[in-house]
Design a binder for this molecule. Structure first.
Ligand code: ADP
Ligand code: MG
Length: 321
């Protein structure tokens, strides 16, 4: 696997749209690295510059210590997987997976061996002769993955690869992809707009906003110690505390439910959204804006219901950004 370095990379479209604005990233060899942010923040453009589909206006891209900024796509030795799969519809699973090896003039017995190994890796053995149209969405995504991995690239680039899958399958593929990435040791750059997905899968995350990187960190750092309001707000639920000058942010699960008397905030439960194992309560304080409180419970339901008077408590050290 190879390290990737983006050094002050900038890309504008039509001389106006600043898609990527002086982005600098250091991605370690063998790392599962996610670009996370809302639609239009520059994730895909960043990934396409690593792949070579876009050339930066300024800045340099390094892979494995080499400056590859001016290298064409086919000389970059990277695997790519898209949300749309982009499989060849009239070719079989085996032919789809063999494609990259054929392009590289690999000998036939070697192709057969490696296609079989790649299909085994993504648990598709036995489906070699099917066409993409005869596969489920999850299976098609696995074919796309096998096709990217069969050439054993040191770098794998994935642009919202699980976006078209339903929730259950998506979760299963999250586990599988992460496990596969670790097993192969490939450097994986993963684009997603889904916070939970990025938190669950990544070694590190770069949170992007308006073409810039707001923060780079481990999932825990990003979630527990967001450095900007944008990051705090984008990742999970957050309460904004206006008390005492500088506004700060507090996660719903950092708040404890206590007796109303003498509590830091006293109020009434407005709504209680049962989430299975936890409940998200919205509390309307006597004064000020509503606050979200997450109560985890081992039993069937939360300890409070709409209409209940409650007090809220938290530690100052848990309020961030
Ligand atoms: P993301 O993947 O985070 O949704 P993109 O990288 O696709 O964001 O896009 C970033 C910005 O650049 C958006 O404003 C988008 O409209 C614009 N953009 C992307 N590709 C092109 C293009 N080929 N021509 C013009 N504008 C583009
Ligand atoms: Mg995109």
């Amino acid at each position: 696997s190879a390290a990737i370095k983006l050094d002050q990379v900038t890309k504008t479209f039509d001389g106006r749209v600043m898609a990527v604005d002086a982005v600098t990233l250091d991605i370690a060899a063998g790392e599962f690295f996610s670009l996370l942010g809302p639609s239009g923040c520059g994730k895909t453009t960043s990934l396409r510059m690593i792949a070579g589909f876009e050339h930066p206006d300024s800045g340099r891209v390094h892979v494995g210590g080499k400056d590859i900024t001016d290298l064409p796509v086919h000389k970059r030795d990277m695997g790519m997987v898209f949300q749309s799969y982009a499989l060849f519809p009239h070719r079989t699973v085996a032919e789809n997976v063999a494609f990259g090896l054929r392009m590289r003039d690999v000998a036939k017995p070697e192709i057969e061996r490696r296609v079989a190994a790649a299909l085994a890796q993504v648990a598709l053995t036995g489906l070699e002769t099917r066409k993409p149209g005869q596969l489920s969405g999850g299976q098609q995504q696995r074919v796309a993955l096998a096709r990217a991995l069969v050439v054993e690239p040191p770098v794998l680039l994935c642009d919202e690869p699980l976006g078209a899958l339903d929730r259950k399958l998506r979760q299963q593929m999250q586990f599988e992809l992460k496990e596969l990435q670790k097993r192969l040791g490939v450097t994986l750059v993963f684009v997603t707009h889904d916070q939970e997905e990025a938190l669950a899968m990544s070694d590190r995350i770069a949170v992007m906003n308006g073409g810039r990187v707001e923060q780079v960190g481990t999932p825990t750092e990003i979630y527990e110690r967001p450095r900007t309001r944008f990051v705090a707000d984008f990742i999970g639920e957050i309460n904004i505390l206006e008390e005492g000058g500088r506004p700060r942010a507090l996660r719903p699960e950092k708040i404890r439910l206590v007796a109303p008397d003498g509590a830091r905030v006293a109020g009434t439960v407005e709504t209680a959204n049962y989430l299975g194992g936890s409940t998200l309560l919205r509390v309307r304080p006597v004064a000020g804006a509503s606050m979200l409180v997450r109560e985890t419970h081992a039993g069937e339901r939360a300890s409070r219901a709409p209409g209940d008077a409650v007090g809220l408590a938290w530690n100052d050290t848990d309020a961030v950004a």
